[in-house]
Design a protein around this ligand. Structure first.
Ligand code: C5P
Length: 409
């Protein structure tokens, strides 16, 4: 299904209006196309004074719509076709003029007609001089549109085209794309669900400067968290991975397995699903030295005594047995040998609904790389092997299974 990028197959009508920020719409358009969206660009007459149709045509490989009465390719009336097919109408930049037209029900150009005709969710990214933005007419129009459920992103404060500083700048293209993504996610198959994901290894302190850890990069868990977010879930990501925090989710930073356990138990209290992609350390030093351990005199070595860490999934399973905790638990099995037998055993022992087994000795799968090849083992005895895919694609495959469980339950 959604394996073609975060906007996989979504139809977005991108309305570009006539402000100097129109050039930034090209970046927005390019990002959307790269992320798998089918983008139909509608330009107002003024927009074409700032940026050429050709730019958008080259980016989308699709006809550009500018005129109510000119039908590219000779199909149906464009405002009806575009209005009916859109999953989202995004107007970026949105001028005071276009905001005013839509708020007052005018339909005197193609874009305002589509805005009136489409049932799709709408997102506007305003850009204009501060005085225009602050004008009571604009503010009233924005309030009217918000009252109808139309969403706004920005404007930001900063340097304006006039050289003045103030409120009215178009927000950055990446933020616009992220906001569009959040809106589309509400139509996803995990909308309204709460998903907790763990990612990366854990760090078990030896002394204030040293720790025991492993090679897990956190990439697989991050991919799962981002995919769940894009399918509409409310996500809590519990991690110590050294990766930038993804937008649109709660990120809980932890260090040791014990801290991860506490965070998981708190977060899963009300959650639909727990996906434990973290490589939790099985052992930790028995004691943590209060001060840095010094090499002394002629001592040749140091013996570290390790003790078992709590098994987070086992603790969650114990809670599940008492009727609390997540409905669905997914574990991972990173193995160097006897992959399937070990994974089967964990599936049962940890009372999981699904286990994702991967052979971490492969160089193109497992730790740190961007690709993975896994085997999904279900409690129903099913065994599904995936080909080598990106971690995002593996994440989508796992979530396909989670969504299916939810449909069946
Ligand atoms: O038993 P093993 O560590 O191989 O099982 C791996 C699965 O169990 C992973 O999903 C991992 O996140 C989870 N795990 C855990 N608590 C531990 C160790 C692993 O929840 N202490």
């Amino acid at each position: 299904m959604s394996h073609q990028g975060i906007f996989g197959g979504k139809r977005i009508v991108l309305g570009v209006t006539g402000g100097i920020a129109a050039y930034k719409a090209a970046t927005v358009c390019s990002r959307l196309v790269q992320a798998g969206a089918l983008v139909d660009v509608v330009m107002t007459e003024a927009a074409q004074k700032f940026i050429s149709q050709l730019t958008f045509q080259a980016l989308t490989h699709r006809p550009i719509y500018t005129d109510m009465f000119h039908i590219p390719g000779g199909e149906n009336i464009p405002h009806i076709v575009l209005a009916d097919s859109a999953d989202l109408l995004l107007i970026a930049p949105a001028t005071a003029n276009t905001i005013g037209k839509v708020a007052n029900g005018l339909a005197d150009n193609l874009l305002s007609a589509i805005a009136l005709a489409t049932p799709a969710p709408k997102l506007m990214a305003p850009a204009m001089e501060t005085d225009m933005w602050r004008h009571p007419a604009t503010q009233r129009n924005v309030a009217t549109l918000k009252g109808w459920g139309i969403e706004f992103i920005g404007p930001a404060a900063g340097r304006l085209a006039s050289g003045a500083m103030g409120e009215g700048r178009l927000v950055e293209p990446d933020e616009i794309v992220a906001a569009a993504q959040m809106i589309l996610a509400r139509q996803g198959d995990l909308a309204g669900r709460t998903v907790v994901v763990t990612a990366g290894g854990t760090r078990e302190a030896i002394d204030p400067v040293r720790f025991v850890s492993n090679h897990s990069s956190g990439k697989m868990g991050y991919a799962v968290a981002e995919a769940a977010r894009d399918r509409g879930a409310q996500v809590t990501l519990i991690t110590l991975a050294n990766l930038p925090a993804p937008f649109g989710m709660a990120v809980v930073r932890v260090d040791s397995a014990q801290e991860m356990l506490d965070a998981v138990l708190t977060a899963t209290d009300q959650a639909t699903a727990l996906i434990m992609a973290a490589a939790v350390a099985d052992f930790r030093p028995l004691t943590v030295a209060e001060q840095k351990i010094k090499k002394r005199g002629d001592t040749e070595g140091l013996v570290l005594e390790l003790v078992r860490n709590p098994d987070i999934l086992a603790e969650v399973a114990a809670r599940k047995a008492t009727g609390t905790g997540p409905e669905i638990t997914v574990g991972f099995a990173a193995e160097t040998h006897d992959l399937l037998a070990n994974a089967q055993e964990k599936l049962k022992r940890k009372r999981l609904d699904l286990i994702v087994a991967n052979d971490v000795t492969a160089t193109d799968a497992g730790f740190a790389v961007d690709t993975n090849r896994v085997t999904l083992l279900g409690t129903d005895g099913s065994i599904e092997e995936t080909p080598l895919m990106t971690k995002r694609e593996v994440a989508e495959t796992i979530l396909d299974r989670v969504a299916r469980f939810l449909m069946d339950s």
